[in-house]
Design a binder for this molecule. Structure first.
Ligand code: ADP
Ligand code: MG
Length: 327
């Protein structure tokens, strides 16, 4: 059961994209309103995430990198285990065990910034002074430099970057109140401002997905029986280059769920006789007591207390929205 718990709760560090997700989530946890992600060579050579969040106190810097996990790592097998299983609350420790990591931060109540680094299984270096505005920068270099077997699993630079970009898009679509910037090999790929009004949000979705998506999408905004659904669904006139453009959030968390996809496809098929690859960005909000988000390690799956209710609500809402424009 202990092992099962770790697997159920753990995060997976298998490619740059997973690391970006962990680091950006940490930045969001720290209350950041601006997050900059820099990647080089697909994130394998370098991943840098800078935020303007609350920062980390000087004395806490070494602790952030060295939790229980690292002390148990003695062999290459142990390292591989960390990669595939991950450890909850130990993302930084896990990442630092398979990279060259530098953590720089200025705590919001402090006047100075400090830095620690770790390289592979080596001890965290002592805390040294640094220059940094309020907030935190995590720099991860040479991913898997000490685990050659794992390094071989990495795909091309281009593929790794597209995974990484996809994770960032997913996060950016969940937090319109945070500005994001993504650079790859010093080129700006996404520059996203805070979007508070509806029109700004549509502009942001257009920037993240494509202007064609918004041009060919219907706006959804419905509430019934304690459930609310908002966002956009694309009409069949939207021809996308990207195979999969399906973003669904439950109470702000990105979710992949068969029941959800089924309800959406069925509404499309019913109204438009076309339900093969619907494109959508949808936000479902409901009482947190009616949903269990932690059924899968990557937290992409959910379990609804009343799946039937959710299915019917999604189906009926989208059916009505789509039927309004049926040619
Ligand atoms: P977890 O996020 O599950 O607690 P992590 O290994 O991801 O574990 O992070 C360890 C700790 O380091 C966090 O609990 C937090 O206190 C601190 N931390 C990490 N990243 C940041 C950040 N960007 N800003 C402020 N604190 C951070
Ligand atoms: Mg974390």
């Amino acid at each position: 059961p202990r092992l099962a718990n770790q697997i159920a709760a753990g995060e997976v560090v298998e490619r740059p994209a997973n690391i970006v997700k962990e680091l950006v989530e940490n930045a969001l946890d720290a209350g950041a309103t601006r997050i900059d992600v820099d990647a080089e060579q697909g994130g394998i050579k370098l991943l840098r995430v800078r935020d303007n969040g609350c920062g980390i106190e000087k004395d806490d810097l070494p602790l952030a990198l060295s939790r229980h996990a690292t002390s148990k790592i003695n062999t290459l097998d142990d390292l591989e285990a960390v990669i595939t299983m991950g450890f909850r609350g130990e993302a930084l420790a896990s990442i630092s065990s398979v990279s060259r990591l530098t953590l720089t931060s200025r705590y919001h109540e402090a006047t100075d910034a400090w830095q620690v680094s770790a390289e592979g299984r080596d001890m965290v270096t002592s805390v040294s002074p640094a220059a940094h505005p309020e907030g935190t920068t995590l720099e991860v270099r040479d991913l898997f430099f000490n685990t050659p077997a794992r390094r071989k699993f990495l795909r091309t630079e281009k593929t790794e970057f597209s995974h990484l970009e996809e994770h960032l898009k997913k996060l950016a679509l969940s937090r319109y109140d945070v500005a994001f910037c993504l650079r790859h090999n010093n080129r700006v790929i996404h520059q996203l401002r805070v979007a508070s009004r509806g029109i700004e949000q549509e502009r942001r979705v257009a920037a993240i997905l494509s202007p064609q998506f918004i041009d060919n999408a219907l706006h959804v905004d419905t509430e019934a029986a304690g459930l609310s659904l908002s966002g956009w669904v694309a009409l069949p006139t939207f021809s996308r280059s990207q195979a999969d453009m399906q973003y669904f959030y439950v109470n702000g968390r990105a979710v992949r769920d068969r029941l959800v996809v089924h309800a959406i496809k069925q509404a499309y098929r019913d109204v438009l006789f076309h339900g093969r690859h619907p494109a959508f960005v949808l936000y479902l909000t409901l009482d947190p007591k009616l949903v269990d988000v932690n059924v899968h390690p990557t937290k992409h799956e959910v379990r609804f207390r009343d799946g039937r209710l959710v299915h019917d609500f999604l189906f009926r809402t989208l059916h009505r929205v789509l039927a309004d424009v049926r040619p």
